[in-house]
Design a protein around this ligand. Structure first.
Ligand code: WT7
Length: 652
């Protein structure tokens, strides 16, 4: 452990409540509590002041405009996300700073470092390539790329020409890619031949080829990450490096309306069908920029590493747009944290002298399990701040992260937010604190959070309720579900009406206003940080023709947070066996990808149903968690519950 840090203790009775010391306060962008009251008194003014830090080719006329399900920020303003990420810094004379460090998985390959100027050049070239393929402002472009620099280059190139990107996580199946390309109506897809994962070369092009069958995709730009030995379909498939070589590096950034669509990102709702979350340009730019800066205390020269995949919102906002708009160095790692050994994370931190690390509780629990000896082998003294995201963190994981990784010096910023919010909403700020295990903190200045009961009344401090965000909404909050505004309204603005966004998360607040997130209150799971609806796993399993009926519920898991458990009723005449179990796992992998695989498949003869024939998932959930099953009087087949209890060894 390097130099001991004096944490401020305000209440001697409270263990593990850390407050920033003078040095941290001095360094932080905000360190005065009054920022909260000030922003609360005038949220529109607060956000407008932050927006002034970005480059607008036309200033907005009005900061915020609200109408039910139609709220707008920086109305009349024009800007470009890529200009703000790249050109702005080059024009300020910072073009030679490193924008991106890419660490390949194989240790014998060298890291790639791109300056802002170099990144700008590649982005401009790809932007011209896309234009050459007929992509115009407003056209959606698919991106199905692994963790390679081209993923950032591709997003930036789309932003540059105003073509909304739709990034699909590279571990998602061809079926998932297909659904998303069809829904978005994408004519161009950017993908790669493959990538390295756990020392193995993974063929991505094969999945891309399968996934674009039956979609509007006409042209496929293929990045050569491996040896390029994949089949290329004449006319349709084009090598990225060849296109780039011939392209001009001059591409003026398209001036976008503040409310123009910036990108789509598909995420799980409660049904089997993912929804295309829409983010618009101005509000997203402002909130991404300022939250990255204040939450992670980004300063000139910082080397900041967010370990999320680019396929998630965290990758969009906190690998790409947020850090780049702040002009710092953003680090990307291609592969797995246990390759070549369980010390890879810490080796990367030592090698690149990383100053901020942002990762998920699931990963932290895994590192903890691997043991203290791995981080102990490396010099982690460059770290100044730690972040977590994606799921509630437990005390043990928090304390381990704090002591073993942060050396007891670094605040932990536990950021609560969602794909829908585009940027962080609830977390303590590094210069203000407090940092308390399992507590996210206060809503970011300008964000109005309320914990409400089912009827919409605020619950007293200490009691559980539903977290809601109140208008004026944070600028980056989603403006819709692509092609389905009815679903948008039903999902977010029916529970508490149009002026209170329903988050689907349970929460509690203490007297100081600090929020503890207790988890989803709908049928959305958080599996190792991956958001997944139980209904998606059900509909995947139902695609197997041996399955008659299926119900999926979530169960807590030590490492992954939550895992799906499937109750499967096979068709008459089909006997259950390990073979069929394997086959069903395979079906899920094909339809969703490995993230959707159930932790357990339980073959049953009957599942509890209401008189109207609906499966009572609540009962199944209680069974797999060994919790009281509650009232069974509305069941048509209460005896099925006793049978299930016996089968799974229920003891609750
Ligand atoms: C859901 C959103 C936010 C980017 C990554 C996930 C859960 C997120 C936290 C946190 C407790 C958290 C919520 C939320 N969640 N961050 N710090 N503490 N829970 O984005 O895939 O859209 O998932 O993740 O349940 O609703 P996402």
């Amino acid at each position: 452990m390097s130099e001991a840090i004096k944490w401020v203790k305000k209440d001697p009775l409270k263990e593990n409540v850390f407050w920033p010391n003078e040095a941290m306060k001095e360094r932080a962008w905000v360190s005065d509590e009054s920022i909260y009251a000030e922003a609360k008194a005038d949220p529109e003014g607060f956000w407008a002041r932050q927006a002034e830090e970005l480059h607008w080719s036309k200033h907005w006329d009005k900061a915020y405009e609200f109408a039910p399900q139609n709220y707008k920020w920086f109305v009349g303003g024009k800007l470009n996300l890529s200009y703000n990420s790249l050109d702005r810094h080059i024009e300020a004379g910072h073009g030679d700073r490193i924008a991106l460090i890419w660490e390949p998985e194989p240790v014998d390959e060298e890291a790639v470092k791109l300056t802002y100027k170099e990144l700008h050049r590649l982005v401009s070239k790809l932007a011209n390539v896309l234009k050459g393929l007929g992509v115009q402002k407003g056209d959606r472009v698919g991106i199905y790329l692994p963790m390679i620099p081209e993923a950032v280059i591709a997003m930036q190139a789309c932003a540059r020409i105003g073509a909304p990107h739709s990034v699909v996580f590279s571990a998602f199946s061809p079926d998932s890619l297909r659904d998303r390309m069809i829904d978005a109506g994408a004519k161009v897809l950017i993908t790669a031949d493959g990538y390295y994962r756990r020392g193995k070369a993974i063929n991505l092009k094969k999945n891309a080829d399968a996934g674009i069958q039956g979609t509007p995709v006409e042209k496929v730009v293929v990045v050569k990450r491996l040896d390029g030995s994949v089949p290329m379909e004449a006319e349709r498939d084009l090598w990225y490096h060849e296109l780039i070589e011939g392209a001009s590096a001059e591409c003026p950034a398209e001036q976008m309306d503040s409310e123009d669509l910036a990108f789509l990102l598909y995420t799980s709702g409660t049904t089997g069908e993912p929804k295309g979350i829409m983010h618009t340009t101005g509000g997203y730019a402002v909130q991404s920029y300022i939250t990255a800066k204040w939450d992670f205390d980004l300063h000139e020269g910082d080397v900041y590493w967010c370990t999320a995949d680019v396929g998630w919102i965290t990758g969009h906002t906190y690998i790409n747009y947020g850090p780049l708009m702040n002009g710092v160095t953003s680090v990307m790692y291609e592969g797995s944290p246990d390759t070549p050994d369980c010390g890879r994370m810490w080796a990367i931190i030592e090698k690149h002298k990383i100053t901020q690390l942002y990762t998920a509780p699931t990963a932290i629990r895994m590192f903890l399990k691997w043991g203290d000896e791995w981080p102990a082998k490396h010099d982690l003294s460059s770290l100044r701040l730690l972040g977590t995201v994606g799921e509630p963190i437990n005390v043990d994981a928090w304390m381990w992260y704090f002591k073993k990784i942060g050396g007891g010096r670094c605040p932990i910023i536990d950021t609560w937010w969602q794909t829908e919010s585009g940027a962080t909403l609830v977390n303590s700020l590094p210069g203000i604190g407090p940092f308390i295990p399992t507590i996210a903190g206060r809503p970011f200045p300008g964000v109005i959070g309320r914990i409400l009961d089912a009827g919409g009344s605020p619950v007293p401090a200490g009691e559980g309720g539903y977290l809601s965000i109140v208008s004026p909404f944070p600028p980056a909050l989603t403006r819709g579900i692509y092609g389905d505004m009815e679903r948008f309204k039903a999902q977010y603005y029916t529970e508490y009406g149009p002026e209170r966004y329903f988050t689907s998360d349970g929460a509690r607040v203490d007297e100081m206003g600090n929020i503890r997130i207790t988890g989803r209150v709908d049928d959305v799971m958080n599996v190792a940080g991956h958001r997944l609806a139980t209904a998606e796993v059900e509909s995947a399993l139902a695609q197997n023709d041996k399955v008659s009926e299926v119900a999926v519920v979530s169960r807590p898991h030590d490492l992954k947070g939550e895992v799906p458990v499937a109750f499967v009723l096979l068709k008459a005449g089909v006997a259950h066996s390990d073979e069929i179990r394997k086959e069903l796992m395979g079906t899920v992998t094909t339809v969703i990808g490995p993230t959707g695989r159930p932790d357990e498949i339980i073959f049953v003869d009957d599942v509890p149903k209401t008189r109207s024939g609906k499966i009572m998932r609540r009962v199944l959930k209680a069974l797999v968690r060994n919790e009281p099953v509650g009232d069974l009087t509305t069941l048509q087949n209460a005896e099925s519950v006793d049978h299930l209890k016996e089968m799974i060894g229920y003891s609750g």
